[in-house]
Design a binder for this molecule. Sequence first.
Ligand SMILES: NC(=O)C1=CN([C@@H]2O[C@H](COP(=O)(O)OP(=O)(O)OC[C@H]3O[C@@H](n4cnc5c(N)ncnc54)[C@H](OP(=O)(O)O)[C@@H]3O)[C@@H](O)[C@H]2O)C=CC1
Ligand SMILES: CC(=O)N[C@@H](CCC(=O)OP(=O)(O)O)C(=O)O
Length: 372
Amino acid sequence: MSQKKRVAVLGASGYTGAETVRLLAAHPHVEIVILTAERKAGQALGAVFPHLAGLALPDLIHLDDVEWHGAELDAVICALPHVASQEVVGALFHATEHTVLDDIVGLAEPSPTGFEGQVRVLDLSADFRLTDAAAYEEWYGRPHQAPKLQTRAVYALPERNRAAIRNTALAAMPGCYPTAALLALLPLVDAGQIDVDDIAIDAKSGVSGAGRSLKEQNLYCEVGEAMHPYAVGRHRHMPEMEQELGKAAGRPVRIGFTPHLVPMNRGELETIYVRLSPGHTAEALKDTLRAAYAEEPFVTVLPGDLAPATRMVRGSNQCVLNVFEDRRAGRAIVVAAIDNLIKGAGGQAVQAMNIMFGWDETTGLTQAPLFP
Ligand SMILES: NC(=O)C1=CN([C@@H]2O[C@H](COP(=O)(O)OP(=O)(O)OC[C@H]3O[C@@H](n4cnc5c(N)ncnc54)[C@H](OP(=O)(O)O)[C@@H]3O)[C@@H](O)[C@H]2O)C=CC1
Ligand SMILES: CC(=O)N[C@@H](CCC(=O)OP(=O)(O)O)C(=O)O
C-alpha cells in the first residue's frame, strides 16, 4: 500500500466531526493532519472530547490558520454548519488552484488525469446537495456563495452514485433523513412499484442530529420524557429527497415528511407509508429491496416481520430496512433505521472516501453495532 492519504477534518469539535475522527483514527490508509474548530480552536481534541484523548492527533486550529496550499492535503471532510461550509470549500479550491474550478468535477467518465495531487472534499453540510440555485435560495434563505461548485457536486449516496463519487472532487454527503428515506425508496421508484405522488415519511431522530451547539430547546429538561415534531411541512430535507426521488422517477415528485425529536442520543427511524402501483404487493417491494441490496455491505433487509430499530445500528454504518403490509388495500409500510452520526454522516463520508481512493469500501467501517 502506498503512502497514507493526508486528511483534514473541519469542525472536529462537533458531533459529526468527532465521530469522523474516531473512525478515521482506525483507518489504515489515512493520516489525520489537520483538525479545525471555531470557539474551541487552540484546544487539544482530547480536552474537548476526553473519550478521544488517547489518540495521537493534532490540536484543533482555527480555519483562518489553515494553510491550504502548503498542507498537501489529499482529502478534506467538512463537518461545518451550512453556509460556513460553502465559503470554506470555495476558498480552499481557489487557494489550491484546483482544476475543479475548470469544470472537471462530476464527470460521468474518469478524467484522463484524475485528481492526482489535488484535494478532494466530502462535505457533510447541506450546502452542495441541492443543484438548483433557486431551490437553495428558497430553502436556505440566501443565495449560494459558490454557485458553480453547487451545480457540479455529486450527491454522494454510495449505494446509488458509486461511479460519480469515484470521479469527483466534491462529494455532497446526503442529509441523515434523506439517507434513510432514499435507501428505502429509490429501488422501489426505479421498479415503478410505488406511486411517487403518495409517499408520507414519518421520521424520528435522536438529539445529536441537531449538533452540539447550545440550543435551549434541546436541553435535557426539554427533550427528556418528551417528543415533538418540528419544521412540520417545511423541513429543508424535503427538497433534497424530492430532488433525488425525482431523478429516479424522471419527473418532479412531492413528498410528505415530518421529523420528530425523540429523547435518545443518536439514531434515526423512518416509517414510510406508500401506495402500491397496481398489481404490486408488500412482498414484491421487499423482494425488490432484497435484490437491490444483496451485495451491499451496509444495507440489510431484515428477515420476516422483524422491525428495524435504532438499537440494531447504533455506532455502525448500517442501514436496516423492512417492508410490511398495510391493512388498507393497495398500501404498504417501509421502515428504515440508521445511526444519524455514522451512516447519516461521518461513516457515510468515510465510505465515500474509500470509493474515491479505490480502497475497499468497508475499510475502517466494519465494526458491529453497539448493544445494548
Ligand atoms: N448531527 C447530525 O446527525 C448530522 C449533521 N449533519 C451536518 O453536518 C454538519 C456538522 O454537524 P454537527 O457535527 O452536528 O454540528 P456541531 O454543531 O456539533 O459542530 C459544528 C462544528 O463546526 C464548527 N463551527 C461552527 N460554526 C463555525 C463557523 N462559522 N466557521 C467554522 N467552524 C464552525 C464548530 O466549532 P466549535 O465547536 O469550536 O464551535 C464545530 O466543530 C452540519 O452541516 C450538519 O447539518 C449532517 C448529517 C447528520
Ligand atoms: C434532530 C435535528 O435537528 N436534525 C437536523 C438534521 C441533521 C442533518 O442531516 O442536517 P443537514 O441537512 O444540515 O446535514 C435537522 O432537522 O435540521
